[in-house]
Ligand binder design. Structure first.
Ligand code: FES
Ligand SMILES: [Fe+2]
Length: 415
């Protein structure tokens, strides 16, 4: 059971909130697909940890990330013009370089360079990796980008979708560690020509704590002597590698990254990757949807997030027919902006979520005790663990199944 104050500690990220501080000072925050920031394209508004920023890419490909408010009289730099590798405010023409230095203050005439050198701009580090753009907002030195498994995959071997979700980041994140909902919420998206990937059997959980987070196995008894393992990795603070068999990749490698925009919104980056070859078409999964704004359109409480009761009458279980992620995110938003976790009544199959919350609370304690937070990404990388969903004989050890080259028999078409 999480108390109200623990819930606040876990969820709130704005201002001096400890979780916001921990994320700001220790982690790179991915916030966009690389392709969404083309050279010379319109600057992109970015809100992270309650701070309003603007990202832009100069004509030479250099990325810049600064406060949205112009340092002169606070006009939005999201309205600015990208000129060369700098951003010019359209109000009075001040020009800011990708490195965050003001390079021109036209109204100061001959004094422009001298005056510009004294102007302070709040700028942040920005980098690309794994097909994503990442921000570091801390005051100290930044760590390396995390060596996560998708980072080294060639561009054609991975795909990302980004969406803005109207609820707290933890609420979204918990969905990735919740194996039970697959066979309920998502059953309308299983291939109707095939039997359910596994029957609606309540899994038992086995969880191993690591330095980087948790390895969680949902274990189902398919038949006498036959087990099904679904292994998901929680990599602190907000990465979930979830076994999620999709039609367009030959592996189960999918990743959910839930990055806080502020207390009541988050960015979800959903990615799939295949180390052995290109990602195939997403088929009907995300047809016609914007990869940078997957939930664009009429998706809100007022219309029950587009739930289609006619489709339900016709046999679709949940009525969310646009994509499997609309199904997840509609339900998560329906829980309200920040779930009152002190009111929940959890059951046995919520164990992975409970353990993940405990892990994060321990990290917060360390942070507040002034200890160095080590993301332990290197340990995750060294383990070679990938998410997998597979069948095994009774007595098999699920811990071996998630490692490269040690697969059990992969189950087909598991969503
Ligand atoms: S407000 Fe931006 S240049 Fe004046
Ligand atoms: Fe889901």
């Amino acid at each position: 059971m999480v108390t109200r104050s623990e819930n606040d500690a876990l969820t709130r990220v704005e201002g001096d909130a400890p979780m916001g501080q921990m994320l700001r000072e220790n982690y790179w925050l991915p916030f966009a697909r690389s392709e969404s920031l083309a050279p010379g394209a319109a600057p992109q508004r970015v809100r992270l940890l309650g701070c309003d920023l603007v990202a832009f890419r100069g004509q030479d490909g250099t990325l810049g990330l600064v406060d949205e408010r112009c340092p002169h009289r606070m006009a939005s730099l999201a309205l600015g013009r990208v000129e060369g590798c700098s951003l010019r405010c359209i109000y009075h023409g001040w020009r800011i370089g990708a490195d965050g230095a003001v390079v021109e203050v036209p109204s100061e005439g001959e004094r422009s360079a001298e005056f510009a050198a004294r102007v302070k701009v709040n700028r942040y580090q920005i980098r690309e990796g794994g097909g994503l753009v990442w921000a570091f907002m801390g005051t100290g030195d930044s760590p390396e980008l995390p060596p996560l498994p998708f980072m080294a995959v060639p561009a054609e071997g991975r795909s990302w979708w980004r969406m803005t979700v109207d609820c707290n980041w933890l609420q979204g994140f918990e969905g990735a560690l919740d194996s039970v909902h697959l066979n309920w919420l998502h059953q309308g998206w299983s291939d109707p020509g095939k039997p359910q990937p596994f029957p609606k059997l309540a899994p038992s959980y086995d969880i191993e704590q690591t330095a980087y987070g948790l390895r969680t196995a949902a274990i189902r008894q398919l038949a006498p002597g036959k087990l099904h393992f679904r292994v998901a990795e929680f990599v602190a603070p907000f990465f979930a590698f979830s076994a999620s068999r999709q039609p367009m990749i030959a592996t189960d490698c999918s990743c959910f990254i839930s990055v806080p925009i502020d207390d009541e919104k988050h960015i979800l980056l959903f990615g799939v990757w295949d180390e052995t070859g290109p990602v195939q078409s997403m088929g009907s999964f995300f047809d016609g949807l914007d990869p940078d704004d997957l939930l664009a359109g009429d998706f809100h409480r007022g219309n029950n997030w587009g739930q289609d009761r006619e489709a339900m009458a016709g046999g679709h279980f949940s009525g969310f027919t646009r994509s499997v992620l609309h199904e997840d995110l509609g339900v998560q938003m329906s829980m309200g902006p920040i779930v009152a976790r002190e009111e929940e009544q959890l059951c046995g199959t919520d164990l992975a979520i409970v353990r993940m919350r405990q892990f994060l609370l321990e990290m917060l304690k360390s942070q507040q005790a002034g200890e160095q937070i080590d993301g332990a990404f290197a340990e995750y990388a060294a383990g070679g663990f990938l998410p997998f969903s597979y069948e095994a004989e009774a007595g098999a050890d699920w811990r071996l199944g998630g490692q490269r080259g040690k697969l059990g028999r992969v189950v087909e078409a598991v969503i």
